[in-house]
Design a protein around this ligand. Structure first.
Ligand SMILES: Cc1ncc(COP(=O)(O)O)c(C=O)c1O
Length: 387
């Protein structure tokens, strides 16, 4: 593989970071768990931070007239999808999960059903539980079929008291990028059953060739009017700690519902996060293209090394994201393979059981690191499996 600046990572430097990824586990463990990348920040992010630091501009932000993160998102959606959005229908929040939590409270009552496609990003399950809502499970189809949406299953699962369809597209952990026809079927069912669609599109920028991310609200006005879209630049530009997300209300009614929340309950966003997000979406496409080429090679490398070196473990090429979903059910290491890899390989992964009932026996591996570190991770896992 041609040398790339993404190769340029030092374990000593990474171990000096204070973020969750490199701090949670013992120093001899290689972390491949939480969805933060190891790569250095792209230039537009540094520029945003340097601009703020150069002016010591840390006071209250003034985004009343125009919020640069909102404007950058509007421009991005118009450029990528021809989707025309009104800035008045968009707001910034500290993070995506905050927006989901708020709309769970606004649009449902305890005991109401929320439908999700499992296996799923664990906080979705936690939020359903925390809010005493009911999990309505609509598992994705099998890996062999490419994890399709099961629309018939969805139709059968949604009952009278199901209020919300909590969609994760692109999907974490499988990396699925749902197709137009899947999303249309989903949207039509939401219309038919009067469901609010909460569409988490945080992985929207991380799409591999041959796939196209489509915001569900952009597909039809009748979908938009019942959709709240949530996204951010935090996954694709590695800035989760800067705390800025956008929330898009597909109708005036949804915007009004949001604005009924007592204003101080919302908190504010970080001025640095807003500027970094705007810079990322406006000036980061070149870096993002290079990143995707690097990640594309890494995802293929993971797939091929799993096949050759990890015995009975299997995986599919993800269509998006830097996360690989590994089926370890034939490994015979009990129900918690992440614990096995932590103890025997000194590699930290996410355990599939946390992703819902259909995740037990799987692990999620984050491959957004240099090829050299990725190989150390895979070598250690291969040794543990072989020993
Ligand atoms: C699908 C999905 N949604 C939300 C989040 C968290 O986003 P935030 O930190 O903005 O709440 C993540 C983080 O990995 C994610 O993968």
């Amino acid at each position: 593989m041609v040398n790339s600046h993404f190769d340029d990572l030092s374990l000593d430097e990474l171990r000096g970071r204070q973020g969750a990824k490199w701090s949670r586990y013992a120093p001899d463990v290689l972390p491949a768990w939480v969805a933060d990348m190891d790569f250095k920040a792209p230039e537009p992010i540094r520029a945003a931070l340097e601009e703020v630091a150069a002016l010591d501009d840390y006071g209250y932000p003034w985004f009343r007239e125009q919020n640069p993160a909102v404007d950058a998102y509007v421009e991005l959606m118009a450029r990528r999808h021809g989707w025309v959005l009104e800035p008045e229908r968009i707001h910034t929040l500290a993070d995506v999960l905050q927006g989901i939590q708020l709309f769970i409270e606004l649009a449902s009552e305890p005991g109401d059903g929320i439908v999700i496609q499992t296996p799923i990003y664990p906080p979705f399950l936690m939020m359903i539980d925390d809010n005493d809502r009911r999990l309505v499970d609509n598992p994705l189809g099998s890996a062999a079929e490419g994890y399709p949406l099961d629309i018939d299953g969805l139709r059968a699962a949604v009952d009278e008291r199901t209020r919300i369809l909590l969609l994760c597209n692109p999907h974490n952990p499988t990396g699925r990028v749902f197709t137009r026809s899947e999303l249309e079927a989903l949207g039509e069912l939401a219309v038919e059953r009067d469901l609010l669609i909460l569409s988490d599109e945080i992985h929207q920028d991380l799409i591999y060739p041959g796939h196209e991310h489509l915001p569900i609200a952009s597909l039809a006005p009748e979908f938009a009017e019942r959709t709240v879209t949530l996204t951010s630049a935090t996954k694709s530009f590695n800035i989760a700690g800067l705390r800025c997300a956008v929330i898009v209300f597909g109708s005036q009614r949804l915007a009004e519902q949001f604005h009924s929340i007592p204003r101080f309950a919302l908190g504010g966003v970080s001025s640095v996060g807003v500027r970094a997000t705007a810079n990322a979406w406006r000036h980061g496409q070149g870096w993002l293209d290079e990143l995707m080429a690097y990640l594309d090679a890494n995802r293929r490398h993971v797939e091929s090394r799993v096949r050759s070196d990890l015995g009975p473990v299997t995986t599919e090429l993800p269509e998006s994201t830097f996360l690989a979903w590994l089926d370890c059910r034939d490994l015979e290491v009990g129900t918690a393979p992440a614990e096995f890899f932590h103890d025997k390989a000194r590699v930290a992964l996410n355990d599939g059981a946390d992703f819902g009932p259909h995740g037990a026996g799987f692990v999620r591996l984050n491959f957004a690191t240099s090829r050299a570190i990725l190989d150390q991770i895979l070598d250690r896992m291969a040794d543990a499996v072989g020993s």
